[in-house]
Design a protein around this ligand. Structure first.
Ligand SMILES: [Zn+2]
Length: 386
């Protein structure tokens, strides 16, 4: 993997000389703006994520016009890059219209001096520090993530002040809270499997059953959707982050699809540090260490949660589905996990493409067994971290 510095120099040479392929082959395939919790003790106040077909290499553009006294700008240029499809154009337009008190993002397709995508971040330098890193997504697209750090909190972390992060650390909790994310919905059906069974139906039914079980346990439940409606991932994560000080974790429910009709079983995903390239340019070692420590805590808890969900879903469904198999906990970047600032896991409850599992997945009793398993997993996790 080439280093970021190498990338910047190479891309800058392109811009200066205008040398390059005649038309763009790289494509911006998707974009997300995750707004962070609206609370002072959150380190990440927002996160922009851009996915590319081939390359996420960029150059930083010199700024021509000085922004106002209370604003700074940082401008990224992705050379030889086009925008793929009208949906992505709509998405970047929507992102460019989001206004928060501390930052805004402008994404534009430009033709000169070479074709590319320009991303300009305008932010309050008193409040925000902008950092970026690369990762490879689950579909192996190249991605770049621009993080808006809370500068005041950064200063406190560096000086070693004891800063309570989210409510759990502040020890003010009275009641547990769980965010249940039923995957897909509305015109986004998710996968469609054997017998035309749709992923969105399975996810919603299992999620609503799970919500009921958790509420019986005295846990506050936040649903990202409670009916058959399309909710963009950005909106789901903004919602999740807006209730982050009342919630302890997020579980996202999905069902799998594979070309191989024999594929079956349960798998659960969570994030892990090795998926991301480190903040190589972070000049402040102490801050980098603080960020590492906070992320390690979140990843460690996410892994615990994922493992408990995986184990308990398997044990609750084994009687009904003797053919199920343990596809284990895996580490991968799923967008809902990336945009959430709580410990989070994504469970794929079975394969819609497998006839045997699809026939089970459409029954109420199997959906209930799945919900029982996820609920038991969450309870086991909460006991473990208590
Ligand atoms: Zn899905």
């Amino acid at each position: 993997m080439i280093t970021k510095r190498g990338v910047v120099i190479l891309a800058y040479a392109w811009v200066c000389t205008g040398i390059g392929r005649p038309s763009a082959e790289n494509a911006l395939k998707d974009a997300f703006l995750h707004q962070g919790p609206k609370i002072e003790n959150s380190l990440e106040l927002g996160k922009l994520v851009l996915y590319f077909s081939d390359s996420a290499d960029f150059t930083l553009l010199p700024l021509t016009e000085a922004p106002s006294a209370h604003k700074s700008q940082k401008s990224y240029f992705f050379p030889q890059t086009k925008v793929l499809g009208s949906e992505v154009l709509k998405t970047i337009d929507r992102i460019s219209r989001v206004r928060t008190a501390w930052y805004s993002v402008q994404i534009a397709v430009v033709q000169k001096p070479i074709e590319g995508v320009r991303v300009t971040i305008t932010y309050d330098p008193e409040k925000i520090e902008v950092a970026d890193q690369f990762f490879d997504s689950i579909q192996l697209n190249k991605a770049v993530e621009v993080i808006f750090y809370n500068k005041e909190l950064k200063k406190k972390l560096i000086t070693g002040a004891q800063v309570p992060l989210l409510r759990r650390a502040a020890n003010e909790k009275k009641k547990y809270g769980v965010i249940v994310d039923c995957g897909h919905g509305g015109k986004d059906t998710g996968a469609v499997g054997y017998g035309q069974l749709q992923e969105k139906e399975v996810a919603l039914s299992v999620g609503l059953r799970l919500a009921q079980l958790l509420e019986h346990q005295g846990i506050t439940v936040f649903l990202t959707r409670d009916r058959d409606t399309a909710v963009p991932i950005d909106i789901r994560t903004s919602f999740a982050n807006s209730v982050a000080d009342e919630a302890d974790l997020l579980v996202s429910i999905h069902a799998n699809m594979a070309k191989n009709e024999a594929a079956r079983g349960v798998e659960t995903f969570c994030l892990e540090r090795s998926l991301f390239f480190p903040l190589a340019d972070e000049p402040d070692k102490k801050f980098a260490q603080c960020v590492s420590r906070l992320l390690d805590d979140r990843y460690m808890n996410s892994k615990l949660l994922a493992q408990q969900v995986q184990n308990n879903v398997l044990s609750c469904t084994q009687k009904k589905n003797g053919a199920t198999c343990d596809r284990q906990v895996k580490q991968a970047v799923a967008q809902i996990l990336l945009g959430t600032q709580l410990p989070a896991a994504l469970v794929e409850v079975g394969f819609l493409s497998n006839k045997h599992e699809a026939l089970l997945l459409r029954t109420k009793s199997y959906q209930q067994a799945l919900a029982n398993g996820i609920c038991n997993g969450i309870l086991a996790y909460l006991r473990e971290i208590a």
